[in-house]
Design a protein around this ligand. Structure first.
Ligand code: GRF
Length: 207
């Protein structure tokens, strides 16, 4: 049975990327990781992906200067070339323009280290502790133009303990991320409509 091809975008360590790749090694996983792309050529995650047998390339944003869309056109071309039907962001540290977000609407997911809609943006663990939240966690959500605003597909939650620091909380949440993301991506891919085209619909199509 052919599996749905997913491209993963990273900028750094790639621990969530690794969790997604390892989950895809199971025979019954509905997706396979077709390519990993980093906007940073020095991202540790690139070597991690290659060590796991996955094609990994850098498409550096720097040469594109302020033209974010031109960089995204290069990403888009590489993802299509690899036959991807979905994109999973995994620590991809650039805000995307409508070009990529709308071109892949409903086909791009992200993991965020908070219980969205609480604490979008950066420094989520400090924010959760300082707000006196009883719980923290992580969210897998669809990517829309508003940063961290897309519909939530799945969450994992854990209690914030007395004396918790942003560092201890980050470690505990990250372990949850590694469980949640592969499960949520598998579930999302598996319930996609039958007859999913191998390539996203052309953006120029009317309607
Ligand atoms: C994770 O905390 C994830 O939730 C956030 O960026 C971090 C990426 O870590 N979006 P890693 O590169 O997957 O280790």
């Amino acid at each position: 049975m052919s599996r749905t091809r997913v491209g993963i975008l990273i900028s750094g360590t790639g621990s969530n990327m690794e969790a997604l790749i390892r989950a895809a090694q199971a025979d019954d996983c509905p997706y396979e990781v077709a390519v990993v792309i980093s906007n940073r050529p020095d991202a540790v995650g690139l070597d991690r992906a290659r060590a796991l047998g996955v094609a990994a390339i850098a498409i550096d944003h720097a040469p594109f200067g302020k033209d974010r869309e031109a960089h995204e056109r290069a990403l888009d071309a590489a993802l299509r070339e690899a036959g991807c039907a979905y994109i999973a962001l995994a620590g991809y540290m650039r805000v995307l323009t409508p070009f990529l977000v709308e071109g892949w609407a409903g086909r791009m997911v992200n993991i965020h280290p908070s219980l969205l809609p609480r604490h979008p943006g950066l420094d989520t663990h400090r924010k959760a502790i300082e707000a006196g939240d009883a719980e923290a966690g992580c969210s897998v959500h669809l990517v829309t133009v508003g940063v961290d605003e897309g519909p939530v597909l799945a969450q994992a939650r854990l209690p914030i303990r007395p004396g918790e620091t942003p560092e201890t909380l980050a470690e505990r949440v990250l372990a949850e991320e590694h469980r949640l993301y592969p499960a949520a991506l598998s579930a999302y891919v598996a319930r996609s409509p039958a007859g999913l085209p191998s390539d996203p619909a052309p953006r120029s199509a009317p309607g």
